[in-house]
Design a protein around this ligand. Structure first.
Ligand SMILES: [Mg+2]
Ligand SMILES: [Zn+2]
Length: 196
């Protein structure tokens, strides 16, 4: 491939690994312990197809639980290690893992208030373009939340929503993904179909 390369940016929770029930909130949330992190079915084969097609893989994830006082940095690190171990077992290499650890309503000094990097900000996608020279118009953002699509659109990449939940109607067009599919395997199929 000559010229700037495309990349695939991926959200983490709800895309690579399943959300888990947080008994405290009664909601499906990010894993709170490494033991709660399970890759979703079909994730490794889907990532392998993208990797074999030459797409660099980059994670872009908001992880505000430390800022919110719900987790420690050590635990967030252990959850990340579990993820990288599982990916490694599957033969998957990520070029970079970008995490925003901030939250606008956080309670921990230094991690609370507005930041530049929390999705829907396109910050990490633009940074990856600058760091690695990716061609953003040929790149993709895959996520399960409106903020993932917003982040991708703001960066000028194509966007895919994954998730089997009911398709919400977002009044803000910027929160609507270009494609909506059930799982990462179907997202990979779309990307490979569009490959030049
Ligand atoms: Mg998510
Ligand atoms: Zn941030």
């Amino acid at each position: 491939m000559t010229g700037p390369k495309p990349a695939v940016f991926l959200d983490r929770d709800g895309v690579l690994n399943s959300l888990v029930l947080n008994p405290a909130s009664g909601r499906m949330e990010s894993p709170l312990t490494p033991n709660d992190l399970y890759l979703l079915e079909g994730v490794i084969p889907a990532l392998r197809r993208l990797q074999q097609a030459g797409y660099p893989l980059l994670l872009v994830s908001n992880q505000p639980n430390y800022a919110l006082g719900k987790s420690t940095l050590d635990t967030l690190g252990e959850i990340h290690s579990k993820l990288t171990t599982e990916l490694l077992f599957g033969g998957i290499h990520f070029t970079r893992f970008y995490y925003c650890l901030h939250h606008p309503k956080g309670v921990v000094a230094g991690y609370s208030g507005l930041c530049v990097c929390r999705k829907p900000s396109p910050w990490f996608l633009l940074r990856a373009r600058d760091d690695f020279g990716y061609s953003l118009p040929d790149s993709w953002m895959i996520g399960d939340q409106p903020t993932d699509a917003q982040s991708g659109r703001a960066a000028g990449v194509r966007t895919i929503r994954v998730g089997s939940g009911p398709l919400a109607v977002y009044p803000d067009a910027r929160a609507r993904a270009d494609y909506s599919v059930g799982n990462l395997g179907e997202a990979a199929e779309i990307i490979l179909t569009h490959r030049a």
